[in-house]
Design a protein around this ligand. Sequence first.
Ligand SMILES: Cc1cc2nc3c(=O)[nH]c(=O)nc-3n(C[C@H](O)[C@H](O)[C@H](O)COP(=O)(O)OP(=O)(O)OC[C@H]3O[C@@H](n4cnc5c(N)ncnc54)[C@H](O)[C@@H]3O)c2cc1C
Length: 297
Amino acid sequence: MAVGEYPLPEMRKRVWQPRTLAEAWQLKRTLGEQTVIVSGGTLLRTQWEAGTAIMPGHLISLESVPEVQVCEAGGAAIRIGAGVTLAACQRWGDAPSLLKEACRRIAAPSIRRLGTIGGNVMSASGDSLPALAVTDAELVWYDGSGSVAEPVGAWLEQRRAVGGSAKETRLLKEVRWSRKADDQEACGYYEKVGRREGFCPSVVTVAGQFRLDAAGRLRGVRLAAGSAAAVACRLAEAEALLEGSVWSADLRRSVHQAVMEGFDGGADAFATAAYRKRAAAHLLTAFLEERAGCRGD
Ligand SMILES: Cc1cc2nc3c(=O)[nH]c(=O)nc-3n(C[C@H](O)[C@H](O)[C@H](O)COP(=O)(O)OP(=O)(O)OC[C@H]3O[C@@H](n4cnc5c(N)ncnc54)[C@H](O)[C@@H]3O)c2cc1C
């Protein structure tokens, strides 16, 4: 299972290549704190180089685990394995279009060829997350005894609640959508704002999805926002205001306010939390204004 060992004593790291998730889980249990799961390694490498994480003695690569490499659109579900690269997600015809757009906006082609959807999700601030949240994606986990599915929105909520204090201990097997959730008639939106057009961390990333019924009422409304400085989230209060309503100037003001109150995008050297709130509220209300119209004015 192990391949190679670094020759110098100070670099003595061991790379394990399990063939199944069960084997990876067992290795993780046996080797304890001295391990890390590696998919594409693009985020981990950055953390190790920046000194924000220490490279442990044992790296468990999921590269040889077929279970996490699948892309399937048969039956009632669409499934993308956690080990599928961002470039492959972007290319795959059956991937939800908002996810494809999100992948297109992440990093640069060289990173997207290595970086995976699983690693992006596990970062909790990856740019794919708002797109996954508004398309009702589910995360399928391996927890040592079997597979457990959990809505992305619920997992993000739990991640926000624990903050940086508790690491996710389960292995991500795949991202899954029910065919019903992949609503071809829905109006979708994805936007990432950075400090330049491309190849930069997100100042704010937003996504939205809704349908208009025959009476012009908004249905199936989903809104989400994230940033490189915070865990992404669904914007439940803004969604509740919109659901079943006709778009209007009053609603625009209320939704803008609800996004400002509901989104905490964090602060870093590039942007304040207040700036991120305002940017997310502007982007999402502009999307709704354009696509839901102003019939109620
Ligand atoms: C130059 C550069 C630019 C970048 N730009 C962006 C950007 O614009 N937007 C963005 O979102 N990200 C960006 N990233 C971050 C990163 O490339 C992506 O988030 C990528 O998707 C991470 O995937 P990975 O497979 O490389 O993850 P890895 O580095 O392998 O792992 C990341 C984390 O996830 C865990 N993990 C991985 N797979 C699993 C699994 N199956 N189960 C459990 N845990 C797992 C690892 O233990 C680790 O903690 C950038 C990185 C670089 C180096």
